[in-house]
Design a protein around this ligand. Sequence first.
Ligand code: 5RP
Length: 240
Amino acid sequence: MTVPAQAGTVVSAARKPLQFPLAVHPDDRKKRAAHAALDYLTDGVVVGVGTGSTVNHFIDALAGIRGRIAGAVSSSEASTARLGATGIEVLDLNSVGSLELYVDGADEATAHRHLIKGGGGALTREKIVAAASRRFVCIVDDSKLVDVLGRFPLPVEVIPMARSFVARQLSMRGGRPVWRERFVTDNGNHILDVHNLTILDPPALESEINQIPGVVTVGLFARRPADVLLIGEAAGVKRL
Ligand code: 5RP
């Protein structure tokens, strides 16, 4: 027989308390991963900053230590605005050269640190900043971890006039592209979200889709995967 006590604890008939993990809200798991990324910062660094709700937690955490960093390179207008509001200087990638560290979230991630990104539509600038960075730390909650990429529709940024052509090319490869209507990227382009994919060879598919004329960027990050994956869980943060 057990007697309910305070949340998170049950007391057995023998009065021995048993602990069990409280449900941790997904947003708190994102926050845990974001805060763990602060450990990868070195003093005086210019840090690359991704986009999304997980990264927003990272930006908020950066605000508390902004005196320790020289500034940030942003991957989107949204992150630029949030960084600016915290008083962190946003620098142009052209003026800083290569970066020590890039921190960004993902829509799906595998244990190989291959990612699907672009749910927020910032994939092109994210891929540029990731490529320009020596270390890419990806921060996710544990709902993002998958064995095989593709359940999350794969975002592809396209030049607007090529949208239908690229969509036909993606259909021929077994995908079901859906135009993200009323959405324009920071670069003035459109997004196709490709459903029905089971991505068994992410680097190969990344190269193949990148070859289609009119594609600006595919949201597969496999040829340049994350270097570190920080996964926020109910019990803490796991590092892969
Ligand atoms: C934006 C992205 C984001 O990293 C991705 O969508 C994850 O977002 P969130 O942290 O809100 O779950 O790729 O283009």
